[in-house]
Ligand binder design. Structure first.
Ligand code: KIV
Length: 299
């Protein structure tokens, strides 16, 4: 049976989006849509919306688990979240972010953790931050048959070393280093590269120099695709980095709904008849009669 392409998808083949399709989309000039998600409903909604790639980001440490940085995220936590997303999302490629500490120690350790994301959580690919020592990790994981997405520019796991959460590649030398890193990651076997908080002209030049697609976040319009953090784009809270565009303001809506719920519970306005279960009259009479037999004056 041939299925018709749902209007929400840019490109369509039956089932899971084939990984090589991303490079084809770059070649055709079709922009790639990526978003983070951390649970099954988020994965399902992103899928229905026609998103191409879902990243189960270690940003979960901040937006879901309440930490101040992404550093505390653990493999076990991200495995649970990735498993939930892969249960909800069918069509998009699901990329699991390898958290800090899961790939820094050795190639063997990195590969063992990457395998867990694929085998235990159903991830299609993994993402690793940085270049330098990360290059040999990428080679080891790709050699084992697991697709790897790179991530350079602002790499939150090393924000302290970078001097905080700030834009990268803002001098000629640093921009050149980004180009060198991007090309090295492509040679190491990455199928795609996230460019975070990089000046737009630098990101655009990197994009032109690579055959693999670049996915920008705070990197301007010249990359092959864009990614935003789920909670940021849906407006769970005010503020955040300048590169965020809010497409909804769910934070205030959720809060108002919770306030109405609390009010209704306190006033007795909830639950109403329609929210409760009935019992046939004869069963209810029996129930009362049996209880009557058990009351102290009958004993
Ligand atoms: O963890 C994350 O959400 C990310 C994206 C911001 C690219 O790495």
């Amino acid at each position: 049976m041939t299925e018709k392409k749902p209007p929400s998808y840019a490109s369509w083949t039956h089932g899971k989006l084939p990984l090589p399709e991303l490079a084809e989309m770059k070649r055709r000039g079709q922009r790639i849509v990526m978003v983070t998600a951390y649970d099954a409903p988020g994965g399902r909604l992103a899928d229905t919306a026609g998103v191409d790639v879902i990243l189960v980001g270690d940003s979960a440490a901040m937006v879901v688990l309440g930490h101040d940085s992404t550093v505390p995220a653990t493999v076990d936590e991200l495995l649970v979240l990735t498993r939930a997303v892969t249960r909800g999302a069918r069509r998009p490629l699901v990329v699991a972010d390898m958290p800090f500490g899961s790939f820094q120690i050795s190639d063997e350790d990195a590969l063992a953790n990457a395998i867990r994301f694929v085998k235990e959580a159903g991830a299609d690919a993994v993402k690793l931050e940085g270049a330098g020592a990360t290059l040999s990790r990428v080679r080891a994981i790709v050699d084992a048959g697991i697709p790897v997405m790179g991530h350079i520019g602002l790499t939150p796991q090393s924000a302290t070393m970078l001097g905080g959460f700030k834009a990268q590649g803002r001098t000629a030398a640093k921009a050149r280093q980004l180009v060198t890193d991007a090309q090295a990651l492509e040679r190491a076997g990455c199928f795609s590269l996230v460019l975070e908080a990089v000046p737009a002209p630098v990101a655009e030049r990197i994009t032109q120099l690579l055959t693999i697609p670049t996915i920008g976040i705070g990197a301007g319009a010249g990359t092959d695709g864009q990614v935003l953090v789920y909670h940021d784009l849906l407006g769970y809270q005010e503020g955040g980095p300048r590169f965020v565009k809010q497409y909804a303001r769910l934070g205030p809506e959720i809060q108002a709904a919770l306030e109405r719920y609390a009010e209704d519970v306190r006033s007795g306005a909830f639950p109403e008849q329609q929210h409760t279960y009935g019992i046939p009259d004869e069963e209810l009479d029996l129930f009362y009669a049996e209880l009557e037999d058990r009351s102290p004056q009958h004993q």
